[in-house]
Design a protein around this ligand. Structure first.
Ligand code: NAP
Length: 306
């Protein structure tokens, strides 16, 4: 197994699959990207989605609305897109202004077009092991484990963080009765009294807490597989910003069996998975009847046999 679990080859495989399938089947995947203007950082993300989508043959219909757009107007736009067969996926760029209730907006998105996992029904489908669109970041962790052939079956996976976008869905994915899941899962958080006892037992440790370089080498056992979800901005000595994960890479590298880098790890795969969700929505979840696990197995040619 590679010691550094780079996200780059994982993302490249996913993107190549998407591009080839779009070309081979003459598909026209189209997503509606709604942006409420006013946050300069979100312009950068939006332009990235449009540019990267175009490279794969994906049409991104950007709808920019004034920051004071009412919640009702936004809901009506989403409802129209839900009914429109030419729109396969819907994404609402965050952050949203304070007068917009994120959970009301998320729940309005048709679960089968919900490529950014805003609708709680998609978390429910994960819990019930039903086919559905899965959130990009936990799926990126799942994809990295599968791509590098890291068996989770019967292993102890410990997740630091219980958010609805990362920790909770990932915990439930790793509990799936599937060859690349089937783990024993512990989830720890800011109120966990025995956090270090559990992290020291982990065969696979996923850090998703949003604390720069929090996990040190004395908190892990030898030969653990470390997956770093965190992206934290820190200032370097020259006062320029740089990004580090939730794992102290330098102190943990020697002790671990394998580790994902930051940047270039989970985040790199996350962005490719938005387009895989769109492709799945375009093909039709019910028509295709393939789970994300089936899809990734196909893309990576992973051996699902024990
Ligand atoms: P979040 O909503 O802030 O949740 C953080 C979780 O970590 C919470 O459950 C919190 O516990 C727990 N936590 C915080 N401090 C802790 C501590 N000292 N000890 C133990 N647990 C602690 O964050 P998130 O959205 O899940 O994101 C987590 C990290 O992943 C962030 O760095 C974020 O930037 C990054 N991220 C990366 C990607 C990617 O594509 N790579 C995507 C999304 C997020 P409580 O529940 O008790 O408060």
């Amino acid at each position: 197994m590679d010691k550094i679990l780079s996200g780059k080859p994982v993302a490249e495989k996913i993107k190549a699959y998407i591009k080839n399938r779009i070309e081979a089947e003459a598909l026209r995947p189209r997503m509606l990207l709604i942006q409420l203007t006013g946050d300069p950082a979100s312009d950068y993300y939006v332009q990235n989605i449009i540019r990267n989508g175009a490279r794969l043959g994906i049409e991104v219909d950007l709808r920019q609305l004034d920051a004071d757009t009412t919640q009702d107007a936004l809901l009506s736009l989403i409802q129209n897109a839900n009914q429109d067969p030419q729109v396969h996926g819907i994404m609402i760029q965050k952050p949203l202004p304070a007068h917009i209730n994120e959970s009301v907006i998320g729940s309005a998105v048709d679960p089968d077009k919900d490529i950014d996992s805003l609708n709680p029904e998609n978390l429910g489908r994960i819990v019930m092991d039903m086919n559905g669109l899965t959130p990009c970041t936990p799926t990126a962790v799942y994809a990295i484990l599968m791509y590098y052939g890291i068996r989770t079956k019967g292993k102890h996976a410990v997740i630091i963080g219980r958010s609805s976008v990362v920790g909770k869905p990932l915990a439930n994915m790793l509990l799936w009765k599937k060859p690349f899941a089937d783990a024993t899962v512990s989830v720890v958080h800011s109120r966990s009294a025995q956090l270090v006892e559990l992290t020291r037992q982990a065969d696979i440790l996923i850090a998703a807490l949003g604390r720069a370089e929090y996990l040190k080498s004395d908190m892990i056992k030898a030969d653990v597989v470390l997956i770093d979800v965190g992206i934290n901005e820190v200032l370097k000595e020259d006062c320029k910003p740089s990004y580090v994960g939730d794992i102290d890479y330098k102190s943990c590298y020697d002790k671990a069996m394998a580790i994902t880098p930051v940047p270039g790890g989970v985040g790199t795969v996350t962005s490719a998975l938005l387009f895989l969700n769109l492709l799945r929505a375009c093909i039709g979840l019910k028509k295709d009847n393939k789970s994300i696990d089936d899809f990734l197995g196909l893309i990576f040619n992973a051996n699902h046999n024990d």
